[in-house]
Design a protein around this ligand. Structure first.
Ligand code: FPP
Length: 238
């Protein structure tokens, strides 16, 4: 265990640079995703060891459907394989695994694999590992608003009674705290429709390291940078 103080409770990661990393090696983009998946398995153990309680990763966005068909099918295959083969590992490490995003847009096989993984690990009390698949922040907020609007339509609720908490309670992340730290790899400094509602007060950390080269040391650097910041929630710095 490393000596880190002020560990963020919830870390969200935009795993970027798999394609560029593979291309630089003269390999197909899917090779970068395979390597990225392996790195993620190690980071999960490192995050738990450092004391992080929630790890949420962006595996496939609502916009990723615009990628070439062979890359989409490689990514979906990788996710399905991960969900099927990692149950044992999650049980061994007491990890609760869940998926956020619009699952109805995924293949039946993938939906089944997600349900099995979520059910098997639901009672685990260690790190909560959340995978965003077919996820978009705007889509998630729209789905939440539709659920609240349905209550207004049925007369259960007045529009004037809608609160922020009602929206938050209808997001896919309803049972999780907001991320304290968001890490994005490979030199990109955008939010890309990720956890838009939840990142209202999140600290951002950007690194030039491509995701397949990310490791425990890089995670520790991000956590240390976070630990040195003074968080502000709209009030004055103390
Ligand atoms: C971004 O790299 C990465 C993705 C779109 C997919 C991330 C998925 C994995 C790491 C697969 C494994 C995931 C799990 C949960 C097992 P990019 O393709 O956008 O890279 P580029 O910007 O260099 O093109």
């Amino acid at each position: 265990m490393d000596n880190v103080s002020n560990v963020p409770q919830h870390v969200a990661i935009i795993l970027d640079g798999n394609g560029r990393w593979a291309k630089a090696k003269g390999m197909p983009r899917s090779y970068g995703h395979v390597q990225g998946g392996k790195v993620l398995e190690d980071i999960l153990v490192d995050a738990d060891d450092i004391g992080i309680r929630y790890l949420t990763v962006y595996a496939f966005s609502t916009e990723n459907w615009n990628r070439p068909a062979d890359e989409i099918s490689a990514l979906m295959g990788l996710l399905k394989n991960y969900l099927k083969t990692s149950i044992k590992k999650c049980m061994k490490n007491n990890v609760r695994c869940r998926v956020i995003g619009d699952k109805s847009g995924l293949s039946e096989e993938l939906q089944e694999a997600i349900a099995k993984m979520e059910e098997a690990t639901a009672g685990n009390t260690g790190l909560t590992f959340t995978i965003a698949i077919n996820y978009g922040g705007r889509d998630e907020i729209t789905r939440a608003v539709k659920k609240v609007a349905a209550k207004v339509e049925s007369g259960e609720l007045k529009a004037s009674e809608i609160t922020e908490k009602m929206i938050a309670d209808n997001l896919d992340t309803f049972d999780m705290p907001d991320p304290d730290l968001l890490i994005r790899t490979c030199n990109e400094q955008r939010i890309s429709n990720y956890l838009l509602w939840q990142c209202a007060y999140t600290e951002f950390y950007f690194t030039p390291v491509a995701w397949p080269d990310f490791n425990r040391e890089e995670l520790l650097k991000a956590v240390e940078a976070y630990g040195n910041r003074t968080r502000k929630f709209g009030g004055l710095k103390t």
